[in-house]
Write a protein that binds this ligand. Structure first.
Ligand code: NAP
Length: 475
């Protein structure tokens, strides 16, 4: 015990802070090394039984998890809002979406992982999908329930077990999710939360009981996790950042495009990987777009995320606020034009004004990086080809939205845009029924749909040859 205390000395606790008030809600000691060891062993032990349970049994537990999410969506919604600042209505919707995801995999996992017959020289050959084992999920705070469920629902339905290392600022959400799976009847160890900071992630990836890793987060975190996992030859799925373009052409319904553009930028207080961040508008309509877009951004109500009339709540963390402030400041110093906002609000809480920037200088933070907050940047283009050239000019390739009613422009956009998701006349959204993921530095691998459930399985090729018994055999 003395030795363990010595090891733990100096580890920072995990603080749950309400970003709207800066009030410390709760503080958690990190799990000790001893506790983590027990959880890893429990995960491995549980895997041997969970994989044999069969789809029907796992599906009944997953459906129960969906029921819990729906029944207690108000409680879970309030928890998310208090801990990371999203508006209450969107938090409740998030709990509902998790229930939908659980149902989707409960109903479809068996079909997605059904044996596939193959034609070879063997008498019989087929592909069988088998779970890999304990999967470590390193998750972000921005959709504190949905990000976890969209990993956990397919992983557990496939027969894997999950270990969650959630973002350090949402420990209450992490523990609530663990409890949902426990109350849904999943065996002890099927889904566990590790209360640890990111410095302890490499040791866990390296542990021989961990079969694979999935990370949703920043490029830096993804690169670091992939490096450690790569050395261990362990599979990774990376869902990283984005700087999604939102292209508007003259044939579009401009009113609808502007209305959606505002929603697409401020969703989750501007902190979504697939929020539209760069608005690339054809020069022929740019004047009208810019004017109306700025007006609508200006009319947004910023404030208490618990208040139903609020459109934009606070950023989730003080660090996030400082980063955004610095990115905007530097870009403006480099010559960008401030059309609206541009600074943090002079009040308690991590609030940033809805902001619109124009004339973005190449090489500035707004041009190069992801902006996690309610800051929109406006670009002008000459036609779809030019728009795609600007859109593709970043290191990211997650989502992209184009507004056009021209068939040729649509085809060009679908073919040429470098992204994992391409939506036309709509804002990009995740949906369990279609795969989700990116290209370039937005990551690799896919979540959701049947692609997602097949990421963490062994695709086993089986070939059976019937070789007649040799009855004249020798003694
Ligand atoms: P983050 O700082 O990368 O953190 C994400 C998770 O990774 C947290 O659990 C964090 O733990 C952990 N982490 C950070 N650095 C690590 C390291 N070096 N090694 C191991 N783990 C590490 O990202 P964030 O600020 O929370 O989330 C925002 C980012 O996530 C944005 O870039 C956003 O675009 C991206 N995102 C992507 C998707 C997608 O599907 N593509 C979805 C949502 C968000 P600690 O909290 O303890 O540091």
């Amino acid at each position: 015990m003395g030795a363990e205390r010595a090891i733990e000395f100096g580890r920072r606790s995990l603080a749950s802070i309400n970003p709207a008030t800066e009030e410390l809600l709760r503080e958690y000691e990190q799990h000790t090394d001893h506790a983590v060891e027990r959880k890893l062993q429990l995960a491995q032990d549980c895997f041997s039984s969970l994989r044999k349970l069969g789809f029907a049994k796992r599906a009944s537990m997953m459906l129960r998890a969906a029921e819990i999410l729906e029944k207690e969506k108000q409680t879970f919604g309030r928890l998310m809002t208090q801990e990371m600042g999203k508006t209450l209505a969107s938090a409740i919707q998030e709990a509902e979406k998790c229930a939908f995801g659980c149902r989707y995999y409960a109903e479809n996992a068996e079909r997605f992982l059904a044996e596939e017959p193959a034609q070879t020289n063997a008498t019989r050959s087929f592909v069988r999908y088998q779970p890999l084992g304990p999967v470590l999920a390193v998750m972000p705070w921005n959709f504190p329930f949905w990000q976890v469920f969209r990993f956990a629902a397919p992983a557990l339905m496939a027969g894997n077990v999950g270990l969650l290392k959630h973002a350090s600022n949402v420990p209450q959400c992490a523990l609530a999710i663990e409890e949902i799976f426990r109350n849904a009847g999943f065996p002890e160890g099927a889904f566990q939360t590790l209360l640890i900071d990111s410095k302890r992630v490499p040791a866990i990836i390296t542990d021989s009981r961990i079969a694979a890793v999935t990370l949703t987060g920043s490029v830096g975190a993804g690169s670091s996790v992939a490096e450690t996992a790569g050395k261990q030859i362990k599979k990774t799925v990376l869902e990283l950042g984005g700087s999604d373009p939102f292209i508007v052409m003259p044939s579009a319904n401009l009113e609808k495009a502007i209305e959606t553009a505002v929603q697409a930028r401020i969703i989750n207080n501007g902190q979504s990987c697939i929020a539209a961040k760069r608005f690339i508008v054809d020069r022929r309509i740019a004047g009208e777009f810019d004017k109306k877009f700025v007006e609508k951004m200006k009319s947004l109500k910023v404030g208490d995320p618990m208040d139903p009339s609020t459109h934009v709540g606070p950023l989730a963390t003080e660090d996030g606020l400082k980063t955004l402030e610095a990115q905007v400041k530097e870009t403006v110093q480099m010559g960008a034009r401030v059309l609206l906002g541009g600074k943090r609000l002079n009040r308690k809480g991590y609030f940033f004004e809805p902001t619109v920037l124009g004339d973005i200088p190449a090489g500035s933070p707004v041009w190069e990086d992801e902006l996690f907050g309610p800051v929109a940047s406006l670009f002008r283009c000459d036609g779809m080809e030019d728009a795609i050239r600007i859109a593709n000019g970043t290191k990211f390739g997650l989502g992209a939205s184009a507004w056009t009613n021209d068939e040729g422009e649509r085809e060009m956009f679908i073919n040429e845009i470098q992204s994992g998701l391409a939506f036309i006349n709509a804002m990009v959204a995740s949906d369990p029924r279609i795969p989700f993921g990116g290209v370039k530095q937005s990551g690799y691998g896919r979540e959701l749909s049947y692609h997602g459930i097949r990421e963490f399985v062994n695709v086993k090729s089986v070939a059976i040859y019937e070789v007649k018994e040799n009855r004249s055999g020798t003694k």
